[in-house]
Ligand binder design. Structure first.
Ligand code: MG
Ligand code: ZN
Length: 225
């Protein structure tokens, strides 16, 4: 705890808690006709993440739900040290939130073995009642964000004002970058590391959750010195 502030962690899911991106994996496995062009336009930022992801899932029939969930749960690996890290955060009284642009239908089963209160998981949702999958967006961008994030990470973070909270962000990709800019401490891997280095945002690279835990322990020891 720094200067009486409460520490809170915002942790990405795809490619951070899991070893790789589950939305990309679903699309590559089920290959709904026309998804490549939409994915390309999303990556190129010609359309927002919300538009792109919504449009890609709308290509998949709702009847595939079980197959898709089975596929993700079977194939997504959890990064090493995650369970230990959650234990450490709990022991230190640090609040842990998952902030994900993914969907509850694969996040919930993958996180079921871990002790994370459901109110601590911010993600998108999906409606399988129609012919095709409809993505629902319960946490959209609020001012000043106008990026069309889908699940807006900075909007969630701003609910924890910087004068009262020490905000730690853990992530791996471009969608974590806006949050990284307003965080007090950033643990990054992959593209987020490159982006932070390129634009001068302070960050600590990590490979797994043991790295993060060790760095936090070290910082806390120094803090009480
Ligand atoms: Mg990610
Ligand atoms: Zn946003």
């Amino acid at each position: 705890m720094k200067s009486g502030k409460k520490t809170v962690i915002f942790c990405d899911f795809d490619g951070t808690i899991t070893l790789s991106d589950n939305i990309v994996a679903i699309m590559k496995e089920f290959k709904p006709e026309g998804y490549e062009a939409i994915m390309q336009r999303t990556v190129n930022q010609e359309i927002s993440l919300r538009e792109g992801v919504g449009a890609m899932f709308a290509l998949l029939p709702s009847g595939k739900k079980e197959e898709i969930v089975d596929f993700v749960v079977r194939r997504a690996g959890i990064r090493e040290g995650f369970r230990e890290f959650l234990g450490y955060a709990k022991q230190e009284g640090i609040d842990f939130y998952v902030t994900s642009g993914g969907m509850d239908f694969f996040i919930d089963p993958l996180l079921a073995p871990f002790d994370i209160p459901s109110g601590h998981i911010f993600c998108n949702s999906a409606d399988f009642s129609g012919d095709h999958i409809e993505i629902l967006w319960p946490h959209p961008c609020q001012e000043p964000c106008r990026n069309g994030c889908g699940m807006c990470k900075t909007t969630v973070m701003r609910r924890f004002p910087e004068d009262r909270y020490e905000r730690i962000l853990i992530g791996d990709s471009l969608t974590d970058f806006e949050g990284a800019k307003i965080a007090d401490l950033v643990y990054s891997r992959s593209i987020l590391t490159d982006k932070c280095a390129e634009l001068g945002v302070k960050h600590v690279p990590f490979q797994d959750f043991f790295d993060i835990m060790n760095d936090m322990k070290q910082k806390r020891q120094q803090g009480v010195r």
